[in-house]
Design a protein around this ligand. Structure first.
Ligand code: NAP
Ligand code: GDD
Length: 348
């Protein structure tokens, strides 16, 4: 039975990748971080009692800032494939916590690569690695961006991911390890963190529709992004590790839209005039912005046979439907006299 280890298993992508790999017959091991509140919401539906004879999902406490723990888990699990999805993944937060972001996203990757090199060196069993790279690495380089576009990161997050990218290339060349970089453009979903702009918009617009919220504060509406659905993007991660040779691939839809256009689409789907509800709050502006991202994923199409299924209209439809249901639940509770607030309200 193939065995995979996923860092960031509790994140948006980690949850979809876990579903995909379990469906393909893998045994899946995920790293989780100790938190004072539960942080496994996205994978709770996949949980199996590890004592059950047919259990195939196992969780381990570890952290990318703790190399010893990473090594121990690798030794114990002996995975065939490692997916390094763990990261401080919020661009705006990376300006507030640059050192921490570099530690987790840059050095954390190095810790993992070193652990893989050691374990593989001792056992001679090949461990393939997927590194979660990002279009934020292109930053200021104009679109369309492909594997040959120069990196020009515009945030500590982007810079840390560039470090990780180059380390993966170096470990591949220096030690002959099977390590691939995915350079993924923005991908969203019904499970997207609520402080990323698409989900912030769909959550707010659906709450406004049901009279639970009055205003949506946003930052730069002119930024352009190439938005796909996370379910499509985790398929690409898996495909990369099934190739004979490791390589780097851009994963994108090839279409971009402004944040304003995304807002318009979402509010229109709810028959609302967005201009009545959206205000600009400069606190959401970034010290340096990535103005335009639009990916050229032809290499992935040609070599991996990968194409996205969900376009932006279907993405909006799915996210709005999901969040409208959440808003209805909140409305029902409120109408029954319960004091409720959406989860994570204080960090939005
Ligand atoms: P996400 O929802 O923010 O999930 C991040 C995951 O990383 C969570 O499981 C989180 O754990 C974990 N994590 C954070 N700090 C960690 C640490 N110190 N040690 C171990 N794990 C840690 O991100 P995502 O959207 O799924 O993205 C997955 C990966 O792809 C990230 O590396 C991201 O940078 C990259 N990426 C994302 C996109 C996108 O558009 N979604 C595009 C390109 C690249 P907790 O749940 O405990 O916080
Ligand atoms: N988060 C947020 N909140 N973004 C806003 C807001 C707001 O209120 N208002 C405008 N924006 C703009 C941001 O300035 C940015 O230009 C754009 O919306 C998208 O922001 P995010 O959704 O936070 O995503 P991101 O593009 O910065 O980063 C995401 O995609 C990267 C891939 O390109 C993250 O998932 C990264 O982890 C990922 O690497």
């Amino acid at each position: 039975m193939p065995r995979a280890l996923i860092t960031g298993v509790t994140g948006q992508d980690g949850s979809y990748l876990t579903e995909l790999l379990l469906g393909l017959g893998y045994e899946v091991h995920g790293l989780i971080r100790r938190a004072s509140t539960f942080n496994t919401d996205r994978i709770d539906h996949l949980y199996q009692d590890p004592h059950a004879p047919d259990a195939r999902l196992f969780l381990h406490f570890a952290d990318l800032t703790d190399g010893t723990g990473l090594r121990q888990v690798l030794e114990e699990v002996q995975p065939h494939e490692v997916y390094n999805l763990g990261a401080q993944s919020h661009v705006a937060v990376s300006f507030k916590q640059p050192e921490y972001t570099a530690d987790v996203d840059g050095l954390g990757t190095l810790r993992l690569l070193e652990a893989i090199r050691d374990v593989q060196g001792r056992t001679s069993d090949v461990i393939r690695l997927y590194q979660a790279g990002t279009s934020e690495m292109f930053g200021g380089s104009p679109p369309p961006q492909s594997e040959t576009t120069p990196f020009y990161p515009r945030s500590p997050y982007g810079a840390a991911k560039v470090m990780a990218h180059h380390l993966v290339v170096n470990y591949r060349e220096a030690y002959g390890l099977h390590m691939s970089n995915g350079i993924l453009f923005n991908h969203e979903s019904e499970r997207r963190g609520e402080t990323f702009v698409t989900r912030k918009i769909t959550r707010a617009a659906t709450r406004i529709k049901l009279g639970l919220q009055e205003v949506l504060y946003l930052g730069n509406l002119d930024a352009e992004r190439d938005w796909g659905h996370a379910e499509d993007y985790v398929r690409a991660m898996h495909l990369m590790l099934q190739q004979d040779e490791p390589d780097d691939y851009v994963i994108a839809t090839g279409e971009s839209h402004t944040v304003r256009a995304f807002v318009e689409r979402v509010f229109a789907a709810l028959e609302l005039d967005w201009e009545r509800y959206v205000r600009i709050d400069p606190r959401y502006h970034r010290p340096t912005e990535v103005d335009a991202l639009r990916g050229d994923a032809r290499k992935a199409t040609e070599r991996l046979g990968w194409t996205p299924v969900v376009g932006v209209d279907e993405l909006v439809r799915r996210m709005v439907a999901n969040d409208l249901e959440l808003a209805h639940q909140e409305r029902t509770l409120r109408d029954a006299g319960h004091v409720v607030a959406p989860r994570g309200l204080a960090s939005a």
